[in-house]
Design a protein around this ligand. Structure first.
Ligand SMILES: [Zn+2]
Length: 202
C-alpha cells in the first residue's frame, strides 16, 4: 500500500458505498467489522438440523446494514454488540424450510417470500463484545413456542429487560420493527418493497 495515501483509500471506499442503493445486498462485516456472526443455517445447530448454507458471509440490504451500524455504534459504548443468526436468505432455502416446517407463524410462505429473501430482515441478539457471552433472552434462536414471543411475560425480570433493551435499540436507534412471535427477528420497513432474491451464496 506504499505510495497510496491512506486518506485516499478511505475516500475511495466511502465513495463506493455512497454509490450503493439501499436495496442492494452488501456484506455486513465490511461495514460493521466487529459485528459477531453465528450463522445457524451454516451449521446443523438449527431447527431443521441441516446445514443449509455453505457460506460464512452474511449479506443484508445496504439500508438495513446502515440501521444495524447505528445500533452497533451505540452498543459498543457499553461494551456490547450485535450477534447475527441469519440475514439475507436465498428463496430456494425458504422453500426448503417451508417443506420441513410449513407453519406461517414461524416460516414465511415462499410463494409470497420472507423479508429475509429481500435482505430486509435480520435475526439477532446482543453479546458482550469482550467475552462473546450472549445476553439471556430466555429461549434459543428459532425456539418455536409462545415463550419466544414479545407478549410472553412469564420470564425472569432480567430476561424481560434484555428483550426490551434489544427491542428499544433496534426500534429507536436502528429504525427496525419487531416481530411479535420471535424476540430475535427484526424487519427493516423499506425492505418490504425490495425485490425477492434467489442469489446463491457460495
Ligand atoms: Zn427471521
Amino acid at each position: 500500500m506504499r505510495g497510496f495515501p491512506f486518506f485516499l483509500l478511505i475516500l475511495f471506499s466511502s465513495y463506493l458505498f455512497s454509490q450503493t442503493s439501499n436495496d442492494e445486498l452488501v456484506e455486513v462485516k465490511e461495514i460493521i467489522p466487529d459485528i459477531v456472526l453465528d450463522l445457524r443455517y451454516n451449521t446443523t445447530n438449527n431447527f431443521v438440523h441441516q446445514k443449509l448454507y455453505s457460506t460464512d458471509v452474511c449479506l443484508l440490504s445496504y439500508g438495513a446494514v446502515k440501521g444495524l451500524k447505528a445500533v452497533q455504534d451505540s452498543l459498543r459504548k457499553l461494551g456490547l454488540g450485535l450477534k447475527i443468526f441469519d440475514g439475507y436468505r436465498p428463496r430456494a432455502i425458504q422453500w426448503l424450510l417451508w417443506e420441513i416446517f410449513p407453519n406461517p407463524i414461524y416460516v414465511a410462505d415462499p410463494a409470497t417470500g420472507s423479508k429475509h429473501n429481500r435482505g430486509g430482515a435480520v435475526d439477532l441478539t446482543i453479546v458482550n463484545l469482550s467475552t462473546g457471552q450472549q445476553l439471556d433472552m430466555g429461549t434459543d434462536f428459532d425456539h418455536f413456542g409462545p415463550e419466544a414471543g414479545h407478549d410472553y411475560t412469564n420470564l425472569p425480570p432480567d430476561v424481560l429487560q434484555n428483550r426490551a433493551f434489544l427491542k428499544s435499540m433496534m426500534q429507536n436507534v436502528g429504525g427496525f420493527i419487531p416481530y411479535t412471535s420471535e424476540w430475535w427477528h427484526y424487519d427493516y420497513p423499506p425492505g418490504s418493497s425490495y425485490p425477492l432474491l434467489d442469489f446463491q451464496m457460495k
